[in-house]
Write a protein that binds this ligand. Structure first.
Ligand SMILES: Nc1ncnc2c1ncn2[C@@H]1O[C@H](COP(=O)(O)OP(=O)(O)OP(=O)(O)O)[C@@H](O)[C@H]1O
Ligand SMILES: O=P(O)(O)OC[C@H]1O[C@H](OP(=O)(O)OP(=O)(O)O)[C@H](O)[C@@H]1O
Length: 218
């Protein structure tokens, strides 16, 4: 039976495929899948289920997949205690509080904050002792302070390009984000050899990559 892996499609998928290949998995069917959402490797050892990030944990919780590959931003936002086995060290970015230059984080008025991450945002402002109004936005979050929908945003940034090109400034840095491998606890019992084989192989790939990056910096 194949090990079922819910893989976040899009950016995460693109960053994770090279790691899977280096871990010895032939990803040709995954790379040629076009609009197919379920893809099996030639040797039938793995079945990839291509899903949106927030749905990856839904599949895991329902027990219909064994493994999930998803950003820690989503795991933190959902707060439902997934069993994380590996930080894949790709999809790295960071949560920031950002706004236009005139924003004052210390001002006493109740602020309106635009975000895709209401739980993380609420917690962050609670830690500052502030009760804020949250406007949930699905994408292009940077628009919110520009068009007067919110006073500021909490969003993820990688290169800072989107903020820069829209004249937004970082007012605070929150948690760092990266792609994680999480596992269904039942699968860990039923398919422990297969799961740990995959995790061990990926661990080697990730630590080799980190070592090489360290050598390049030195
Ligand atoms: N700018 C970024 N840099 C690095 N990782 C990011 C960035 N934005 C998002 N991520 C990570 O990728 C995951 C998926 O992101 P998102 O759903 O925004 O993009 P996507 O659907 O892959 O986008 P696209 O379809 O444009 O490739 C996020 O949960 C997060 O962990
Ligand atoms: O710092 P940068 O490298 O510019 O990356 C940051 C952007 O990337 C993400 O958006 P994404 O590209 O996923 O699009 P979205 O706005 O539709 O979510 C994030 O929400 C920022 O908008």
């Amino acid at each position: 039976m194949s090990l079922k892996i819910a893989l976040t499609k899009g950016r995460v998928e693109r960053k994770v495929i090279p790691l899977l290949e280096q871990a010895g998995i032939d990803c040709t069917p995954l790379k040629n899948k076009k609009r197919k959402l379920i893809v099996q490797t030639e040797d039938n050892k793995f079945e990839f289920i291509l899903a949106k990030g927030p749905d990856v944990t839904t599949y895991l919780n329902a027990g219909v997949v064994d493994i999930g590959i998803v950003g820690s931003d989503i795991l933190n936002e959902q707060q439902n205690d997934q069993y994380e086995l590996l930080d894949l060290e790709v999809g790295k970015c960071q949560f920031v509080l950002a706004s236009t230059a005139d924003f004052n984080v210390g001002s006493p008025e109740r602020k309106i904050i635009g975000t895709k991450y209401p739980v993380i945002t609420k917690k962050y402002f609670e830690s500052l002792g502030q009760d804020v109004e949250i406007v949930r936005i699905e994408g292009s979050v940077e628009l919110a302070p520009l068009i007067g929908l919110a006073d500021a945003i909490v969003d993820i940034t990688e290169t800072g390009t989107t903020l820069r090109e829209n004249n937004l400034y970082v007012f605070d840095y929150l948690d760092k984000v990266s792609t994680r491998l999480v596992v269904n606890r039942m699968s860990l019992k039923q398919h422990s050899t297969e799961v740990f084989n995959l995790v061990d192989n990926l661990k080697k790939v990730v630590s080799e990559k980190i070592k090489l990056q360290g050598e390049k910096i030195r």
